[in-house]
Design a protein around this ligand. Structure first.
Ligand code: KIV
Ligand code: ZN
Length: 523
């Protein structure tokens, strides 16, 4: 057994699946470069396991697992694989560069799945599970097995399957509440049942993977810890399929804040929680709700007079954790046009961006441009600026937006003109009219870009307060039945919209190029 699967009674293994289950959030879709950036930040957060993707599902996922295996040091790197040979082989190949590789293989176990989706009987499925674990074990020592839809599976069959998987070599057995059906009392009992009924359970780590359909995923995960589970799977910001997975930062801070109750510890560097949450929200294009526990922007704001009074007299009257514990740094160091490279570098490092000299030089030019238009450059502005830089780097050989020009008003037909460079380095420009300036600019872009897309979502928000604020536009487009998001920011919201639209188009081109044929059966 490796150190990461070795059991210490009071250690909870934190398994992050933001890049796999999190990426299954409808409307998400990351480039390989974005996944690698997130994985580096998860490394700084010091999670124990990163599920980097589902290598057999597409060339894009394969490449992400492969690059993360080579580039990210520290955590165990894991790939998901169905209980079929081709998936397990793909996972093993993608993980070749990892110092600590794990294959996570899964198969459905509930009767409803067996009857309607798998169309196979229990015995056949049991054999497939055992074969898959044995096959994975031929490649790596560290093998995790998951019976999908465990909480709607007949308990005796579930216990027998976990026992067989451990006998075949699984070092972690995971109990997924795939459809978010369970509740804390029942789920805790199920985990206790696993310990009481699986005879070789002492040879594996018991893990749980809870979905949030009824809003109970964190509570269910904590109930599992109370009953002996020692690996928790989840996603930062609670991302994931449908209503998402357990929000890892909530589980982590619950056990950190209440050691008296849970009696366990994690190796997570909790001071990186805030930077990780912000980076993931920004790259996924999914805002964090204001009142979200731990990472929402109101999570540590006291508003009522009585609370403020108590807090000012003694912080602990109304605060059970301090914002600094999870990496909130306040806005003490606001940058402006007189700020230098060292100040910028240090602030960006606090926000989770480690830049080399060349990258810093590029960002510094963009920062100075912004500071000329804006009195104060805040953390939120810097994050928007980093998104722009990364978008540019990720989509370097794609469509590049040049000038944007619009004519509009309440007495004329809006029209827009854009200039762009195509992937073949061809300089083009086009004009169009539209129902408004944004529509006109998007139509002009459409006439240059030869791609069948439909704009399905458009939202604009202000990055900070004030009339000089950066506007940030998020756009979602559909192309060949898949959704791709794009974001752009600028002090001019029409320009921000054009940047977001081009960014979405470039992502659609990059991701669909790598994705190839979709799987017939996904998770
Ligand atoms: O929700 C689920 O059951 C899963 C498995 C693949 C673990 O994501
Ligand atoms: Zn899941």
């Amino acid at each position: 057994m490796t150190t990461h699967t070795a059991k210490k009674a009071d250690q909870v293994i934190i398994f992050d699946t933001t890049l796999r289950d999190g990426e299954q959030s409808a409307g998400a879709g990351l480039t390989v470069g974005e996944k690698v950036r997130i994985a580096h930040q998860l490394g700084r957060l010091n999670v124990d396991v990163i599920e980097a993707g589902f290598a057999g599902s597409s060339p894009g996922d394969f490449e992400a697992v492969r690059r993360i295996s080579h580039e990210v040091e520290g955590p165990v790197i894991c790939s998901l694989a169905r209980a079929v040979e081709t998936d397990i082989e793909a996972a093993a190949r993608a993980l070749e560069g990892a110092a600590k590789p794990r294959i996570h293989t899964f198969i459905s176990s509930s009767d409803v799945h067996l009857m309607h989706q798998m169309r196979r009987d229990r015995e056949t499925i049991m054999n497939m599970a055992v074969d898959a674990v044995e096959k994975a074990k031929g490649y790596v020592d560290d093998v995790e097995f998951s019976p999908m839809d465990a909480t709607r599976t007949a308990p005796e069959y579930l216990y027998a399957m976990l026992e067989a998987a451990i006998r075949a070599g699984a070092t972690t057995v995971n109990v997924p509440d795939t459809v978010g059906y369970s509740n804390p009392a029942e789920f805790g009992e199920l985990i206790k049942g696993v310990f009481d009924n699986v005879s070789n359970i002492d040879q594996a780590v018991v893990s749980v993977h809870c979905h949030n359909d009824l809003g109970l995923s964190v509570a269910n995960s904590l109930a599992a810890i109370e009953n002996g589970a020692r690996q928790i799977e989840g996603c930062v910001n609670g991302l994931g399929e449908r209503a998402g997975n357990a929000a890892l930062e909530e589980v982590i801070m619950a056990v950190v804040t209440r050691p008296d109750h849970y009696g366990v510890q994690t190796g997570v560097n909790v001071r990186e929680i805030n930077a990780t949450s912000r980076m993931i929200s920004s790259i996924f294009g999914f805002p964090v709700q204001y009142n979200k526990a731990i990472v929402g922007q109101n999570a540590f704001r006291h508003s009522s007079g009585i609370h403020q009074d108590g807090y000012l007299k003694e912080r602990t009257t109304f605060e059970i954790m301090s914002p600094e514990d999870v990496g909130w740094r306040g806005e003490a160091l606001v940058l402006g046009k007189l700020s230098g490279r060292a100040g910028l570098r240090s602030r960006l490092r606090d926000l989770g961006y480690q830049l080399n000299d060349e990258e810093l030089s590029d960002v510094f030019i963009a920062f100075k441009d912004l500071a000329d238009n804006k009195r104060e450059v805040t953390d939120a502005d810097l994050e928007a600026l980093m998104r722009e830089q990364h978008r540019y780097a990720d989509t370097n050989r794609r469509y590049k937006l040049g000038k944007v020009h619009v004519i509009c008003g309440n007495d004329e037909m809006p029209s827009g003109n854009v200039s762009m460079t195509t992937p073949d380095e061809d300089d083009r420009s086009a004009s169009a009219e539209g129902t408004g300036p944004v529509d006109a600019v998007c139509k002009a872009i459409d006439s240059i870009v030869d791609l069948d897309v439909e704009l399905t979502e458009f939202s604009v928000s202000s990055v900070t307060e004030g009339i000089d604020a950066l506007g940030e536009v998020t756009i979602r487009i559909e192309h060949n039945g898949s959704t791709y998001s794009g974001r752009g920011s600028d002090t001019d919201i029409v320009v921000a919209s054009a940047k977001a639209y081009v960014n979405a188009i470039n992502r659609a081109l990059m991701i669909s190029e790598l994705e190839g044929e979709p799987l017939t059966a996904t998770v």
